[in-house]
Unconditional design. Structure first.
Length: 150
């Protein structure tokens, strides 16, 4: 859907004001980018890369908070994408649900794990991000093997 030939604008100032400032002391690789779609529309995409070795129980809630803070302030439609680097044996989260006395909320977002992609597929890709995913996978595969990691 994205016109990759069109200019993209990274909205770091907007993201940090709304999200990162509220998470002092924590480190996440987040990007908020304004893109042009092939149909000419401008849209915002929030990319959240979770670099961690284990599941975080409040991750889906945090994804929702990032979304609503940005949406509330700027009233832009946002596509949210989470990329996890944790190992295969941990279930990936895809939604935040809230239900209290008849008030319900169901927030779903795009979710990928580095383990979702085969090494063969990544090695044959020309996309530079495929090499980043390969490196993340190698970190998990060589957890206690310093020489192999090198």
């Amino acid at each position: 859907m994205i016109d990759f030939d069109a200019e993209r604008t990274f909205l770091d100032k907007e993201l940090y004001q709304e999200v990162i400032d509220n998470q002092k002391g924590k480190r996440y690789a987040d990007r908020l980018v304004k893109v042009r779609l092939k149909n000419g529309q401008e849209k915002w995409i929030l990319v959240h890369v979770e670099v961690q070795g284990s599941k975080e129980d409040d991750f889906s809630k945090r994804m929702f908070q990032y979304f609503y803070r940005i949406y509330d302030r700027y009233e832009e439609e946002i596509a949210a994408i989470a990329v996890h680097t944790f190992p295969r044996n941990i279930k990936k989260m895809k939604k935040f649900q809230y239900d209290f006395v008849g008030t319900q909320l169901n927030y779903s977002y795009n979710n990928y794990k580095t383990e979702d992609f085969s090494n063969e597929e990544l090695e044959s890709s020309d996309n530079v991000f495929s090499k980043v995913i390969l490196a993340a996978k190698a970190v998990h595969a060589t957890k206690n093997e310093g020489e192999k990691r090198y």
